[in-house]
Design a protein around this ligand. Structure first.
Ligand SMILES: NC(=O)c1ccc[n+]([C@@H]2O[C@H](COP(=O)([O-])OP(=O)(O)OC[C@H]3O[C@@H](n4cnc5c(N)ncnc54)[C@H](OP(=O)(O)O)[C@@H]3O)[C@@H](O)[C@H]2O)c1
Length: 187
């Protein structure tokens, strides 16, 4: 049974993916979020809730004990967040990281030039790429509420295809990534 630590667990995509993990897998989840009183426990037999900021090393390191996979669903000042995650993963001996970023960080979207708004995403990706972790940086398009699961994947170095993607599609892909040691990990 895989143990997954979800960082930024109150995020829109994280909440949807928690639902999919509970519906489609037997994974055990640790939901890590600020102000945990906002969230009810959706399945106390499989879910633990931890209050913490990702930049709080002590709390983060403690939450990483016994996990197999870290799924980071963050926003804001993402470079220091990524640095804290890597340090804590090293401390806990973890290797597998799924990190939600954004389309456009490699100037890979035809016709689009996203400028400084993507700097936190570029900078955090650069930090992760330099690490020795088994990481997957997910670069989604715009989220939609469609129920449908339908998506196409592009690898780094390829032009981005599509524009919108349903939350359910992303959650489906994240669940597959979390249950695989190598899917989406650069060679
Ligand atoms: N929406 C789109 O169409 C789209 C498209 C491409 C990429 N993205 C990106 O994909 C990512 C995930 O999206 P989302 O909609 O799930 O984002 P979201 O709802 O904004 O969730 C991000 C979460 O990160 C948490 N967070 C930020 N700093 C933190 C810290 N230091 N410690 C702990 N938690 C922290 C926030 O916690 P609080 O609730 O406590 O503030 C929030 O719950 C975001 O970076 C988003 O920008 C979005």
């Amino acid at each position: 049974m895989t143990s997954i630590l979800i960082l930024g667990a109150n995020g829109q995509l994280a909440r949807n993916t928690t639902r999919i993990f509970l519906r489609d897998t037997d994974a055990r989840l640790t939901l890590y979020l600020r102000r945990a009183s906002r969230m009810g426990n959706p399945d106390p037999a499989r879910v633990r809730i931890v209050e913490g900021d990702v930049t709080n090393h002590k709390t983060l390191q403690a939450a990483m004990q016994g996990q197999d996979v870290v799924y980071a669903n963050l926003a804001g000042d993402m470079k220091p967040q990524a640095e804290c995650i890597i340090e804590a993963m090293h401390g806990a001996g973890l290797k597998r990281l799924i990190f939600i970023s954004s389309m456009g960080i490699y100037s890979e979207v035809p016709g689009e030039r996203y400028r400084s708004v993507l700097d936190p995403y570029r900078d955090s990706a650069a930090v992760i790429e330099k690490s020795d972790l088994d990481y997957t940086i997910v670069r989604p398009g715009w989220f939609t509420q469609d129920d449908q699961v339908a998506y196409q994947l592009t690898q780094r170095g390829e032009p981005f295809k599509g524009h919108d993607v349903s939350l359910n599609s992303l959650s489906d892909f994240i669940a597959k990534l979390a249950l695989s040691e190598r899917l989406g990990v650069p060679p």
